[in-house]
Design a binder for this molecule. Structure first.
Ligand code: CO
Length: 279
């Protein structure tokens, strides 16, 4: 008998601006929800006004964690100081392990139209914070789309669905589940997760009913899920959401802008290394 997770807490995040004036909603990493271990940050951007995104995220460093960029609409070009370059397309994902340091830019590959997507920061354990940088990048056709009998569509970025579809991202450190689920009206969705995982749902279309108590989670809301080994979601009208879960690291977190380490001294060292061109 599976124990269904209930809705514990909700947040809509705060309006923020990052990079060169990109307007976004900071859902994790704000005063309201500083961290949901191992997830350090979740930014959502959604605008068809180029002024909100055209500046992009010019050259900036990262150290100590992984960034996961997932697009639903529009295109983003990334370029880094190791010579890597590519374009992320709708339904495509880039999972970047910044490790000991990477300097990159993330720029819209469009001058108008809708840009919609997410960046999630996944913390690295202390032992892996200074690992070599690495990328996993998958175009939309390489991200499997599971079609269930009740019409539910599950795009699997990482982890394995209850029906056995496995995401292409293979993680060596933290091993989160990351799925993009589209539910037809009246359908329900179940997904087994680790009992000790922290888990959240972010609603991208429509609204949802969570758990046995069918608590309401609205459009553009993030819901933190309570204890249990299964996530159960239903929807009266069609809806779409991201489901993300992962085992907490339970290690001290020291933040300094684009660097997330375990101690303040390590953050200061990151600034020094970056200024000395050692990334
Ligand atoms: Co970045």
């Amino acid at each position: 008998m599976k124990n269904n997770r209930e809705l514990l807490q909700t947040t809509s995040g705060i309006a923020a601006s990052d990079g060169d004036g990109v307007k976004l909603t900071r859902i994790i990493g704000s005063q309201e929800l500083n961290v949901l271990d191992p997830f350090l940050l979740l930014d959502a951007f959604e605008s068809d006004n180029p002024h909100d995104y055209i500046g992009g995220f010019p050259s900036h460093p990262h150290r100590g964690f992984e960034t996961v960029t997932y697009l639903l609409a529009g295109r983003m070009r990334h370029k880094d100081n190791a010579g890597n370059e590519g374009v992320i397309e709708p339904g495509g994902v880039q999972w970047m392990t910044a490790g000991k340091g990477i300097v990159h830019s993330e720029m819209p590959e469009q001058e108008n139209g809708l840009l919609m997507g997410f960046q999630l920061w996944v913390n690295l354990p202390a032992a892996a914070k200074m690992s070599e940088p690495a990328y996993q990048e998958f175009s939309p056709d390489r991200v499997p789309l599971e079609q269930r009998q009740n019409g539910t569509l599950v795009r699997v970025i990482s982890g394995t669905t209850s029906e056995g579809t496995r995401g292409p991202v293979q993680n060596s450190y933290v091993k989160p589940t990351y799925m993009d689920v589209t539910l037809p009206a009246g359908a329900d969705f179940k997904q087994v997760v680790g009992a000790s995982d922290n888990a959240f749902i972010f609603v991208t279309e429509g609204n949802l009913l969570i758990g046995d108590s069918r608590q309401h989670l609205g459009h553009r809301e993030l819901g933190i899920l309570g204890e249990g080994d299964q996530i159960t979601v239903s929807a009266n009208a069609s809806a779409r959401f991201l489901l993300v879960a992962g085992q907490p690291l339970n290690e001290p977190i020291a933040r300094g802008g684009p660097f997330v380490m375990n101690t303040k001294a390590e953050v200061m060292q990151a600034f020094t290394d970056y200024q000395n061109g050692q990334f």
